[in-house]
Write a protein that binds this ligand. Sequence first.
Ligand code: CTP
Length: 425
Amino acid sequence: MVNKLKNINSYFKPILKSLSAQALKMNVRIYLVGGVVRDLMLGEKIFDLDIVVEASAIDFAHKFADTHKKEFKKHHTFGTATVFFDNHHIDFVTARSETYPSFGVLPKVKPATLKEDLLRRDFTLNAMAISLNKSDYGKLIDYYNGESDLKNGFIRILHDKSFLDDPTRILRAIRFEQRFSFKLEKHTLVLAKEAIAKNALGLVNPHRLREELILLLKEKTPGKYVKRLNELKMLQLMGINVKFAKNDFRIFVEIERAIEFYKNNFKSHRLLEEWLVYLMAILYRIKRSDTAKFLDVFGFRKGEKIRVLSLYDNMDKLKELNNRVLPHVIYKTLNPLSFESIIFFYAYYRQKNIRKNIEKFLDKLINIRLRLKGEDLRKLGFKPPTLYGKIFEKLLYAKIDKGFKTLEQETSEACIIFENYQSKH
Ligand code: CTP
């Protein structure tokens, strides 16, 4: 028997041994399952563990967490539990079978054997297990020929109703297909297309589609994933009535580069929600009202919606940055925007001047702050205080353009601005 866990990294080795010892003690059978088995067989890095327990997963996980003094969280509704190990987590699930009361809704579950548990899963490559039990520790359990599909590069569903039961699997199929440069197996592709034609995606809770779409956009090089979604007309079925010509996918590569540039050069700025920039590259191509509707229906968060919609309001303003403009104009244009929108525009507009101006903003202008405070204006006798907002705005633009270094420079400029204001009113 080949021990598939022989080469597992030294961090996980003792954890798996300890799980195995506890299973022996409790006289229950446990297995490593799902994506982690797939990734081990592909030689990919692994992060988290999924364990199927042929008994109560919650009891098993609870005891394991106690032994290792780790944080433990249970989810009664699903009969699952998670134990947190440093930066990794171990998910425990009771072996279960699933039946779908109707297409697209969440399944009804009941305890079952490992074989049935594996049958409820999405694709053969995700339906393998490795035994953690003493008698056959490390043995691959492959009822559905996952290993052969892995070798031949096929994404294959386990039964014909799979996509109808859970249409989010259509997005998952594309995610795995593109991630591993595999192919959807012929019959699987036919069934995916059939499910799409029957508008199966329309039957799923849109929030679940949102989650899957985000996962897809979080993959490396999301452009090729979007291309595939487009080929299969899936964006359109999600209400994104977009037309991509061949060259239109170039934006995704530009975004990859822009994100790299941002990450390498502006380490002190906050981390980007990279997937959102890619989503922008899909959505800006459709009407503002359709984008707003899509974001609402799919349950995107308010902040995400604001950032995406800001593209429409700023597309033309950004073009002005292709001219020679004063630094404060750059500031005024870019400061109200999120980093995601700015990076989108950096990728979208390939004109040298626009890019240079954006770099200037991110590098220098964004950090410029006034030394002068409201209290200082009050001491100078400026009235009424309702004017201060306007004065500060003008003062900041003057500081940006003229490069003031001292408080004195700011004070004398503030006086000029105030006098100008008084003479006009
Ligand atoms: N699964 C499924 N159907 C879904 C979601 C998940 O059958 N709609 C099963 C698969 O067996 C999958 C496992 O649950 O392997 C764990 O799901 P998840 O963590 O989402 O996927 P991974 O396969 O681990 O993929 P990733 O590498 O992207 O985390």
